[in-house]
Design a protein around this ligand. Structure first.
Ligand SMILES: Cc1cc2nc3c(=O)[nH]c(=O)nc-3n(C[C@H](O)[C@H](O)[C@H](O)COP(=O)(O)O)c2cc1C
Length: 442
């Protein structure tokens, strides 16, 4: 198709050089969440994966699974497909509502195996080639791909990426984990392989995997040389991840509820997001947990905000005598709230630009940058060994000890979820702060 910008022209002139990208997430990267992320630093968003055959045939599926609005741009809509005609038919239906169409080559779930799509196509380059070629030729907007790396030598992944580029892929997202790295085996993503792919291709590359903090985002850009970083799980816990801020959790909840109201988000979806955003708070307050599990309207969920505003007071009194009011220096607060932390200059400095709330329910912005010298990775190593020892002594699955996480970061402030135990059943992310081997692996 003539007059279509592709590759870096598209990246610069249409997408405006985004660095911070909100990932495609089935059931979770819906319009209201995308808008929340956009308000807090995400510069490009992906829709959840849509099934191309169902999308092109079923009006109800379309109605239930995709919505957008004027401000929801730039947007890339993702489809799974294994047939060029079907892929293009579905893509045509949304080509005026987004900047590009993405082909999902990463889904590792059993359902993708059954339907023969996502990462299960990576063994069949002919099908992939035919879909990408046809789409890049026939669609009025560019086609992009999201791949996983391949097992074995990095050169195989580079060859795969080059095949996608030569087939007409305009932007490539590389999730630095293999198809096998899922569930318990999720582990670390390889930034090495992403770096090699970036160095050996001439299209924009988005790096994905191992992002927990804003520091990770910058480190990933620097290490891989990628054009942008994509985050999924960490954004679910801290939708303001890409702003570099850790806002009070009630503010994020309030804003998300307003957006959910505006865009008619199904209550089931709202609940899922609140569980993610409040992943630490729910263990601290019975009433909050009850509302989250039993609430059936947005009004029910709005009542959570007042509970959350009281959290600093409640938790401080319950656990420590220190509060922000008494101790406005957040650096000191962290040290005193967690006496295990030792200063170790020059190592893994975690910057928390924190806007905190005070005890009287009025939010006061302390807006200081706290350099909390970590020790966080040492503390986490100790914690992981402790968890392992506990698990060895107890054949029953041990629940993650959230009190221990609470020691590291205040729970009423939005931050990404650390993967606190090796055997935790989370797709989670795994940043350098939480794994002693990651430095060696990079
Ligand atoms: C709830 C959830 C839903 C996801 N759905 C999709 C999807 O629809 N399409 C896709 O390509 N990847 C999907 N993924 C994978 C993410 O986009 C991302 O590649 C993966 O989670 C690794 O990034 P992270 O370490 O930042 O979480 C999903 C991940 C999560 C946590």
């Amino acid at each position: 198709m003539a007059n279509k910008q592709t590759g870096y022209d598209f990246w610069r002139n249409v997408l405006h050089n985004p660095k911070y990208v909100a990932a495609p997430m089935v059931d979770m990267s819906e319009l209201s969440f995308r808008m929340l992320c956009r308000h807090h630093g995400s510069q490009l968003c992906y829709s959840p994966m849509l099934h191309s055959l169902q999308f092109s045939q079923d009006f109800l599926y379309r109605k239930d699974n995709f919505s957008t609005c004027f401000e929801d741009r730039p947007l890339i809509v993702q489809f799974c497909a294994n047939d060029p005609e079907v892929f293009i038919n579905a893509a045509h239906m949304l080509s005026s509502e987004c900047e590009a169409i993405d082909l999902n080559l990463g889904c590792p779930q059993a359902i993708a195996k059954k339907g023969y799509y996502g990462s299960f196509l990576q063994d069949d380059w002919d099908i992939i080639r035919s879909m990408v070629q046809k789409a890049s030729y026939e669609l009025p907007i560019p086609v992009t791909c999201k791949m996983r790396i391949l097992p074995g030598h990095y050169k195989k992944s580079v060859e795969y990426a080059k095949m996608l580029e030569h087939s007409g892929c305009s932007v490539l997202t590389v999730h630095g984990r293999t198809r096998e790295q899922k569930g318990h085996a999720t582990g670390l993503a390889s930034w090495e392989v992403i770096k090699e792919i970036k160095a050996n291709t001439d299209i924009p590359v988005i790096a994905n995997g191992n992002i927990l903090t804003f520091d990770d985002v910058q480190n990933c850009l620097k290490y891989t040389g990628a054009d942008a970083v994509m985050s999924a799980e960490a954004l679910l816990h801290n939708p303001a991840l890409f702003s570099g801020e850790n806002l009070p959790v009630w503010k994020i909840v309030e804003e998300y509820l307003q957006l959910a109201d505006k865009y008619n988000t199904p209550i089931k979806c709202v609940r899922c997001h609140l569980f993610k955003i409040l992943y630490l708070c729910i263990y601290q307050d019975d009433e909050l947990r009850k509302i989250l599990t039993e609430g059936s309207t947005l009004k029910d969920f709005y009542s959570i905000i007042e509970i959350l505003k009281k959290f600093p007071d409640k938790v401080n009194h319950a656990t420590e005598s220190v509060s922000f009011e008494q101790e406005p220096d957040l650096g000191n607060f962290f040290e005193s709230a967690n006496p295990d932390f030792q200063e170790s200059a020059g190592r893994n400095v975690l910057e928390l630009k924190t806007s905190c709330i005070a005890n009287d329910n009025e939010h006061k912005f302390c807006d200081q940058t706290v350099k909390r010298n970590s020790a966080l990775s040492d503390a986490n190593e100790n914690f992981i060994s402790e968890m392992n020892a506990r698990n060895e002594n107890n054949s029953e699955a041990t629940a993650p000890v959230l009190d221990d996480t609470f020691k590291y970061l205040p729970i009423w402030i939005c931050h990404s979820r650390p993967r606190i135990a090796i055997n935790e059943k989370s797709r989670g992310c795994f940043s350098k702060y939480f794994d002693s081997t990651s430095e060696k692996q990079r």
